[in-house]
Unconditional design. Sequence first.
Length: 307
Amino acid sequence: MSAEPNPLPVAASRELFAPVGRGVELCYQTFGDPDGDPLLLVMGLGGPMTWWDAELCEILARRGFFVVRYDNRDTGRSSRIPGRVTRATLVRAAAGGRVRAPYSITDLADDAVGLLDHLGLDSAHVAGVSMGGMIVQTMAIEHPDRVRSLTSIMSTTGKRTVGWQHPTLLPVLLGGRGPSRDAYVAQSKRVWRLIGSPGYPLDDAALESRAAETYDRGVSASGVLRQMVAVLTQPDRGARLRSLRVPSLVVHGLADKMVHASGGRATAAAIRGAELVLIEGMGHDLPPALFEDLADAIRRTADRART
């Protein structure tokens, strides 16, 4: 039976650090009762854990989850990884050429499993956004005993003919966000205006607050490039996704310019029994207006793991 929403406030833990192997340390935070159903939230390219809004984490905790959010390597307060990536390397990778990536989506999935180990969790429900969706798909494929249910949001299978990026975005994304806090905030606003949800737009104050918080947590331009190479060199997981037997939810916005909705459709088609939720007006972000519906869908998917 689904956990009923609890109106009481949900306490968040202080931010903590977990060594996960190979010299990587992840910064993480939890919400809710440790005896609740564990739910690991995995963010996308260049996004710190705070892009999983605290309000959404609290809503999920009130639905019976013990929520864990964290900074991926090269993001926020987690470890920075050696390895230089040039723009020429990115262009070659985007064209399908052979490049040497500092790390892979598999390495990022192993980091997530290492965090579960650190927390003493033998398995968890997992939800990932964009690159985070690629990470949780890979967790389910390579560590099936660690994944109770899978939610993949605005992501794709790795197949190059689906989930493509709108061509107008690349120059903006490669333009950098400037070395100063003000420059970073200004460029971030421009990017989110391009890729955010036209049906659920955020005002300037909300965009500026998120960008400033992201900058203050620590940004790494070189880290974003390393993550981009991991995304560009990922394999097509389609065939391996067909082997999954885990309750799965795929959510995608029909106005997503960063990852076309064909990526979500392909993901849902590949996973047996997956529920596909397509949302009009949703772009490549998580608008507060959708928090309750998203929490309901994740809870519904997790409950399928009990039957």
